[in-house]
Design a protein around this ligand. Structure first.
Ligand code: DHB
Length: 310
């Protein structure tokens, strides 16, 4: 076993890195670039039943500390990603399919088609899209989350994961974990989606920087690293039978290592992938390898969840 290899759901990964859904994964050209990159796996753009063009532009903006976006689920429709997944060579690298149906019924239709296709692709069910006007995030409504998971687990018989939003209170960590733990089929949690409905202001123009929702959007990058690490660690502690995929604020190998210490098995890269392109994965692997070697680790799994407290 090499220094960086790991496993999830019985599948081997040559390294823990992949994209955050939404970044560099909307069409075949982008997905093929991830497949050709040094990422250990990759995930498709969250999809809906029908294709969507998404919100008006500008809808993504970079700042020195990260990014804000309100894309509005632009995607090619689930059939496109299912076709991509059916042509993918899984012996080369694992692939995740991200689903973000606009209703329970939409998710059930997509899940039914995925079931029938019987592919090795792993579902990441998005419970935390903050950017569709008029549609609140499912995972901020615990009854809706329970209903969605009951429906999906009845329809689907394979293990899958859920993409979670950040929580900011121990009562919410506890309540979310209790629901998730009542569904053993939920095998992993991806923590976190962007911190939703933030506002970036440009001083000179005295204006918002993105057009949808009067400038409100989800933030990523440096802004979110401590929140992401807290959520990874909070759910790592509360959900001992599940795996955690860390997402949020990864810009260097050091931050990959911090996510793993907090409890992550895999680590996703969003804002920095958008900034740097798929070459980011090779750099992060070099950096995290140097860090693990300096610290004397023989495998990345030795570090997982080994965060110390004072
Ligand atoms: C979008 C943003 C998200 O954070 C998400 O989870 C799904 C979709 C979007 O705006 O496209």
């Amino acid at each position: 076993m090499s220094l960086l290899s790991t496993s999830l759901l019985g599948t081997q990964f040559t390294n823990p890195l992949l994209n955050a859904s939404g970044v560099w994964c909307r069409d075949k050209v982008e997905l093929d670039a991830l497949n050709a990159s040094q990422a250990g796996s990759f995930v498709t753009k969250s999809c809906t039943l029908e294709p969507r063009t998404g919100n008006p532009e500008p809808r993504y903006f970079s700042t020195p500390m990260g990014s804000i976006n309100s894309m509005g689920l632009p995607n090619e429709g689930y059939q496109y990603y299912l076709d991509y997944a059916s042509q993918h060579d899984y012996s080369h690298k694992p692939l995740f399919l991200s689903l973000a149906g606009l209703s329970v019924a939409d998710n059930l239709k997509m899940i039914e088609a995925i079931s029938k296709a019987n592919l090795p692709a792993v579902v990441e069910l998005n419970l935390s899209c903050p950017n569709v006007p008029g549609k609140p995030q499912i995972a901020y409504d615990f009854d809706a989350m329970q209903t969605m998971l009951e429906a999906v687990t009845q329809q689907y018989d394979k293990p899958f994961g859920v993409k979670m939003p950040p929580y900011f209170d121990f009562a919410h960590f506890d309540a979310a974990a209790k629901i998730l733990n009542s569904f053993p089929q939920v095998a992993f949690l991806t923590c976190i989606n962007s911190i939703g409905n933030a506002l970036v202001i440009d001083t000179e123009s005295e204006s918002v920087v993105i057009k949808p929702k009067n400038g409100f959007g989800g933030i990523g990058g440096d802004y979110v690293l401590p929140t992401a690490l807290a959520n990874v660690n909070a759910f790592y502690q509360r959900c001992p039978d599940k795996r955690i995929i860390g997402c949020g604020g990864v810009k260097t190998g050091e931050q990959v290592f911090q996510h793993i210490l907090a409890g992550a098995t895999l680590v996703q890269v969003g804002t920095e992938l958008h900034e740097e392109g798929p070459g980011v994965f090779a750099r992060l692997l070099t950096e995290v390898t140097a860090l693990l070697e300096r610290k004397g680790y023989k495998s990345i799994e030795e570090a997982r969840g080994k965060l110390r407290t004072l």
